[in-house]
Ligand binder design. Structure first.
Ligand code: ADP
Ligand code: MG
Length: 697
């Protein structure tokens, strides 16, 4: 058994490698850039590039790439080798500071939602020195941001970094008001819990739906699903254990803090959680993790499905975004402290989050919106599409006591007076109600649970950071002008609780009565689908907030809205076309062949003796013939509906047509096919069934 600490991060150009391979002067300059965002001198960049190249070549790399996160949601890379011709006919390995800092990939095939046409045809990538370079295969990967020449972000990293900076700026104002002058930097941290399915590659290959769309578009319910609850935290099968072992090792080599692994609720479903880290690094790492999960699966004859809903009837996969804010002194601002003053500060940050989630419910909802995630949210396996905050009974009681000014009836009766009383220690609430909440306080962090398993966590964190920065800005503006700091603070906290308590819900989020209460009594938003929520990105209040903190320009927001809707439409269209193809070329012919066998059998029986019963064959023949007809008709209807999309005036209208017509036609076609599956002899069925897939590993 290899010692983990011997190889952990061996593929990363991390602080240890920098220290060992850079002169003290270069190292110190680089550290300043990493820690404080100081501009990097070209001579320093040259020295760093040379050291990086030597290290990479020594570790087997031949190429380098600027590794970036375009709006497709996956990562992109274009490899260039280090070689450069030498006069003697050979080559030398070269890599300059200029090449490290800036790249110019041909950007024309990445989605830009009109941004590139409006501004400049090409884009460039710029090194993010706060995220370490690493080696993947034979390539040195340099984490970069991706922008147009006009400076518009064409990726997910740029706005994420901007949102972290906005939150840093506003949080520092608050901390300085509390006298924490020594704090120079505030950062958000994230630990994303990643769910996934594993199936065998052999079966995967036989299903066009899985290959083209990542999810099953057909499949009758298997005799056994997740009803026994025997998979969750169950014993991990040897083949899966071997996969997890190799996966961990690969992730550790990349410096990714893979920590927890277990079986999830659905059969064939598993989860991986890393130890939390700074948000932009956590985002890079999560993208890498998803990539490595798929690669390692492939090597093991498996396929890792990251789709939000690969199988109907069993749980889908999500991603829990555990989020907190901490200072450079290591103080978690979402952790109740030991002194009255620390607690007043904690309550203010807590209120900032509550206010942010309420004011920007729509942004949080749309930050996780994809065609895939629409299948999960509100389906009793994931939080509803209604955003609310869970605080737990204890913390809730404290807030109520503050709001009403009455005595807090907790473990110790106290009149809650900010800046005077010490808060009681909160026990971590781990009730079931907590687990059904979209946004739960879990002791010293918030867990945002609406993300889909394939989502980049960038989007959710951009919105979360920005919205909280906005709350803090409003608070700081008032407090900086306050005559009496403590009175103003107390009043502000009280007002926040009063104005925003309708977003706090400590009950069961899976309960239908909650949706009724949330929407009818409390007036919370309920955007059920991607087309419902996405256009609200351009609502005036949202544009105002996001542009004022310089997270996005208005043009960037318009482009993103368009790209996300376009992505939704394309995703569902590929699914619809795959269904039509499978129904016509695989399912209908299979049913037809079986019908023929039944007919032949009946005829053969009758020839032997007209008195032999053919009831079984006759009944089944009738049923299957009816289904055959339905399959043909419904496939045609779906085809027609797809054709009609061409009449849509714009992408928004197309998305509405898909939501209202295409998805229901897909459902109707599926129902007929799934019913036929339950009556067709197994040997005729053209691809592996749910039983095969879910219990095949
Ligand atoms: P669970 O939510 O399953 O009870 P944990 O609370 O142990 O599990 O943590 C889940 C995830 O939250 C892990 O990725 C962990 O690293 C992360 N996490 C823990 N503390 C923090 C924090 N202060 N900020 C951000 N993430 C955190
Ligand atoms: Mg969790």
């Amino acid at each position: 058994m290899k010692n983990i600490s011997d190889f952990f991060g061996c593929m990363v150009f991390d602080d240890r490698v920098m220290k060992a391979n850079l002169s003290a002067e270069v190292y110190n300059s680089l550290r300043k850039t990493i820690d404080k965002g100081a501009k990097l001198d070209i001579s320093v960049a040259n020295a760093v590039a040379a050291a990086m190249k030597d290290w990479a070549v020594a570790n087997g790399a031949t190429h380098y790439t600027h590794w970036f996160q375009p709006l497709t949601g996956v990562t992109a890379e274009k490899h260039d080798s280090f070689i450069s011709p030498s006069p003697d006919g050979g080559v030398i390995m070269e890599f300059s500071g200029k090449e490290l800092i800036k790249g110019e990939p041909d950007a024309s095939s990445f989605p830009s939602g009109g941004l590139r046409a409006t501004f400049e045809a090409r884009g460039y990538t710029a090194w993010d020195p706060t995220s370490y370079a690493f080696i993947k295969g034979k390539t040195l990967c340099i984490p970069t941001a991706f922008c147009s020449y006009g400076g518009e972000a064409l990726d997910k990293k740029t706005p994420l970094l901007r949102s972290m900076e906005a939150l840093n700026r506003q949080a520092l104002r608050i901390l300085h008001l509390f006298g924490n002058d020594a704090v120079k930097c505030v950062r958000t941290s994230v630990g994303p819990e990643q769910e996934y399915f594993l199936i065998t590659k052999e079966m995967y290959e036989q299903r066009k739906d899985l290959r083209f769309t990542g999810r099953t578009l057909f499949g009758a319910k298997p005799p056994k699903g997740q009803e026994m609850d025997d998979h969750y935290f169950g014993v991990i099968k040897p083949r899966v254990a071997a996969y997890m072992e190799e996966l961990n090792e690969e992730l550790w080599k990349l410096g990714i803090l893979a920590k927890t692994e277990h079986n999830e609720v659905a059969p064939a479903q598993h989860e991986l959680a890393p130890i939390y880290t700074t948000t932009n690094i956590a985002t890079d790492h999560n993208q890498l993790t998803m990539e490595v999960m798929q690669k390692v699966a492939e090597k093991n004859g498996l396929v890792c499905l990251l789709h939000e809903k690969p199988f109907a009837g069993v749980n889908g996969s999500g991603k829990h975004n555990n989020w907190s804010i901490a200072t450079d002194k290591g103080v978690n601002l979402l952790s109740p402290g030991d002194t009255p003053y620390e607690n007043a500060q904690f309550l203010l940050f807590l209120c900032a989050v509550i206010k942010a989630v309420d004011d920007y419910q729509d942004l949080l909802r749309l930050s996780v919106a994809t065609a895939g995630n629409d299948h999960r949210l509100g389906a009793n396996e994931a939080p509803p599409a209604v955003v609310s905050v869970f605080l737990g009974d204890e913390l809730n009681a404290v807030l109520e006591a503050i709001e009403t000014g009455v005595t807090y009836e907790g473990t110790k009766k106290t009149q809650m007076k900010l800046g005077v009383d010490v808060l009681p220690k909160f026990n971590r609430d781990t009730t079931d109600r907590n687990r059904t909440s979209p946004f739960a306080f879990t002791g010293n962090k918030f867990e945002f649970r609406m993300l889909g398993s394939s989502n980049s966590i960038a989007c959710a964190n951009i919105m979360l950071n920005s919205a909280v920065a906005e709350s803090l800005k409003i608070y700081a503006d008032r407090l900086e002008k306050a005559e009496n700091f403590e009175d103003t603070l107390h009043e502000m906290i009280r007002k926040t609780i009063k104005d925003h308590k309708h977003i706090i819900f400590n009950g069961n989020g899976y309960d239908d009565t909650w949706i009724k209460e949330a929407t009818e009594k409390r007036g919370l938003l309920n955007y059920r689908t991607t087309p419902d929520c996405m256009p609200h990105l351009l609502d005036e209040k949202n544009v105002r907030m996001l542009t004022s903190h310089k997270i996005f320009s208005e043009a960037e927001l318009k482009s993103r809205c368009e790209i996300m809707l376009d992505n939704y439409c394309k995703t569902v269209l590929i699914e619809a076309n795959t269904m039509i193809d499978m129904a016509k070329t695989e399912i209908a012919p299979a049913v037809s062949s079986y019908v023929l066998e039944l007919a032949n059998t009946a005829v053969a029986k009758q020839t032997v003796d007209a008195l032999i019963s053919c009831r079984y064959e006759n009944d089944l023949l009738k049923k299957l013939s009816r289904l055959e007809e339905q399959i043909a008709v419904r496939a045609e209807e779906l085809e027609d509906a797809v054709l009609k999309l061409q009449s849509a005036g714009d992408i928004e209208e197309e998305a509405y047509m898909i939501r209202d017509i295409i998805l229901s036609k897909m459902c109707e076609l599926r129902v007929a096919c799934d019913e036929a599956e339950t009556m067709t002899a197994k040997k005729y069925w053209p691809f592996p069934t749910y039983s095969d897939l879910l219990f095949g590993v």
